[in-house]
Design a protein around this ligand. Structure first.
Ligand SMILES: Nc1ncnc2c1ncn2[C@@H]1O[C@H](COP(=O)(O)OP(=O)(O)OP(=O)(O)O)[C@@H](O)[C@H]1O
Length: 596
């Protein structure tokens, strides 16, 4: 029985004690899971950084608060359960003053309950949002800093869809960690608290001539443990199915994105038919897997629903005879039903969370994959060019493909400020790869590279145009503010005068501008950022020879001291360069002086 006169103080003491024990047990279980299970280790690898006190105690403090409110919620449930007993007993006794007293008590309980629920929600969301922000920043940073965003193609098993892992999985990881862990805490605390209540309420039961003391308690445990074991067995394949579901869905989405990105090329090829076939077959794979999930869920949910329905009448069946024999009150029966429900639901938590847990494991595996790839990409040997002097010097440089085919062997040369080198050779001979190596992006190279100190700028045939305004596109990758006059002047110089009034227009410029205009935009970028070395990889292939002439001349006039390395096939380029490096295949090369 509960003394409603001292309930506040009793509840504070109860919550404090339960909280202390919960914290100790929670930390111990967490440590054991992390130490002894594979998924625990994978989880910790992702989760640990947010709770590291060196990154601030905010994470730990929020988690401690969430845990406190979880414990308090169980206390509230216990109070409601006693209220049920006393309230129904008052009704059975036709005790009107007691009836009204318990109505008043209920009003207080309900108010506290509502406030507790709202505060719990707020704290839970605050934890989620802060953790998510931290994790997102960490993954984006790792992905970019290790160079994984472009080097992942070189690692042993490249991952699919890193974008989805960062955007969707981070949110799922954070929310599911909180919901599942606090669900487990609630379940265990409720099992302990309500088993005590059931123990006091239950009597012996005779089954097949044997008397079972405290039957209610044993029956609920046997019932739920057996059903949980069966549910785990039925639900097991869901882990793999849910992993596949995410993977296939992301692959389908990526295929759709590609059609959008390359829409014009596909339309020129009249490739709709092929694309449609490809898209539908990817979607069919999603649906096939989804049917597997549906049939598995039918078994899983069918079993869970049956188990839950049976549990509704279970306590009445057992306690009914004792009520009619006058051994217990109506309040006792109602509290039994309530406590049985609590123990049953809590024990069932582990069974019913199985599919959430399955999805959670898949999320954890995917995020670990992202970290693994980033680590492997970061560990790839990269020839880091030293950027000290004023010239580009290559000494004994050898470059190959990932499969070991030589592209350039033992190349030594020097390009001094104001000089320009033209790289030529058949398609696939390694021209772009040589530029990649000099930029420090290619892992399969050895030798020495010295490049001029200061910025370098690389322009490919399709210069990258970021999302945003034209101003962002011209100044990329520098966000420093240039005044409008300077921007207008460089646009005029590269024959983009018709765009000067649209500097602040937001557009997908990569689609709006023609390839030739995008190449000129690239030159505008060079003029603004004034790099010490410029790499031009067929950077004028989409403009006519007259414009090419204009762009190279403007570049030379504006940056007379810059080192220029170009790749290109046109003979008209010769007049802007001092030497030609000819890549002849199988690593062979030759250097010829040009007469300007
Ligand atoms: N990420 C990669 N993985 C494996 N092989 C690659 C990769 N990138 C380039 N290669 C190979 O390296 C070789 C050189 O490629 P590269 O792009 O440097 O040639 P290129 O001379 O610039 O050709 P093009 O004139 O056609 O642009 C090619 O055989 C290409 O298939």
């Amino acid at each position: 029985m509960l003394d409603w006169g001292t309930v506040v103080l009793d509840s504070v003491i109860w919550t404090a004690k339960a909280y202390a024990i919960t914290v100790v047990v929670f930390v111990a279980v967490l440590a054991a899971v992390v130490r002894f299970t594979r998924w625990g280790r994978q989880w910790w690898r992702i989760a640990a950084s947010y709770f590291d006190p060196r990154n601030g105690v905010g994470g730990l403090a929020l988690a401690a608060l969430v845990l406190l409110f979880t414990v308090f919620a169980v206390r509230m449930n216990v109070l409601f359960s006693y209220w049920y007993n006393d309230f129904y007993t008052a009704i059975q006794n036709l005790d009107e003053p007691a009836f009204w007293r318990f109505m008043r008590i209920f009003a207080v309980l309900a108010t506290v309950h509502v406030l507790r629920a709202l505060i719990t929600y707020l704290i839970g969301q605050t934890l989620d949002i802060r953790w998510r922000t931290h994790l997102n920043a960490r993954l984006v940073d790792t992905w970019l800093r290790t160079g994984s965003f472009y080097k992942d193609r070189f690692v042993e098993s490249p991952i699919d869809n890193p974008d989805q892992r960062i955007q969707v999985d981070v949110t799922d990881f954070v929310t599911t960690t909180r919901v599942l862990s606090m669900g487990a805490v609630t379940a265990v605390l409720s099992i302990v608290s309500f088993t005590g209540i059931l123990w006091d309420l239950s009597g012996p039961l005779t089954v097949f001539g044997t008397e079972i003391p405290r039957a209610m308690v044993f029956l609920v445990f046997v019932y739920v443990l057996v059903t949980t074991a069966v549910a785990f067995w039925i639900g097991r394949p869901l882990i793999q199915l849910s992993f596949l579901n995410e993977k296939l869905g992301a692959t389908y989405r990526y295929a759709l994105v590609r059609v959008r990105e390359y829409g014009e090329s596909i339309a020129f090829y009249r490739g709709e038919g092929v694309e449609r076939g490809g898209l539908l077959s990817k979607f069919a794979a999603v649906i096939r897997n989804w049917w597997h999930i549906v049939f598995r869920m039918l078994k899983f949910d069918g079993f869970n629903l049956t188990v839950n329905q049976t549990a509704v009448i279970f306590p009445f069946l057992v306690q009914g005879p004792r009520l009619f024999a006058g051994q217990i009150t109506l309040g006792d029966v109602m509290q039994t039903s309530n406590a049985f429900g609590q123990v049953h639901d809590s024990l069932s938590f582990f069974r019913e969370s199985y599919d959430d847990f399955a999805a959670f494991r898949a999320t954890t595996i995917r995020l670990n994959g992202l970290l693994d790839t980033s680590r492997q990409a970061g560990e790839l040997p990269t020839l880091v060019p030293s950027a000290q002097g004023d010239r580009l010097s290559l000494s004994g440089l050898s470059v190959g493909t990932p499969s070991g085919k030589p592209l350039v062997t033992d190349l030594s040369l020097s390009v001094t400020p104001g000089q320009a080198l033209l790289v030529r050779g058949p398609s696939g001979s390694g021209k772009t790869t040589l530029l990649r190596t000099i930029a420090g992006l290619w892992p399969y190279a050895r030798g020495g590279i010295d490049r001029p100190a200061g910025d370098g700028l690389f322009l490919s045939q399709n210069p990258y145009t970021p999302l945003g305004t034209l101003r962002d596109a011209v100044t990329y990758p520098h966000t420093s503010v240039h005044d409008d006059d300077a921007l207008r002047q460089v646009l005029e110089k590269v024959a983009l005068g018709h765009l000067v009034d649209r500097l602040d227009a937001e557009s997908d410029w990569a689609r709006t501008l023609s390839p030739g205009e995008q190449q000129r935009l690239g030159f505008a970028r060079i003029l603004l950022s004034e790099p010490a070395i410029v790499f031009l990889d067929e950077a004028t292939a989409a403009v006519d020879e007259g414009l090419e002439n204009l762009l190279y001349r403007t570049l030379r006039t504006a940056l007379p001291e810059a080192v220029i390395v170009s790749v290109g096939h046109r003979s008209t380029l010769d007049s802007f360069h001092d030497r030609v490096l000819e890549l002849q295949g199988d690593g062979r090369w030759a250097i010829t002086e040009l007469v300007r």
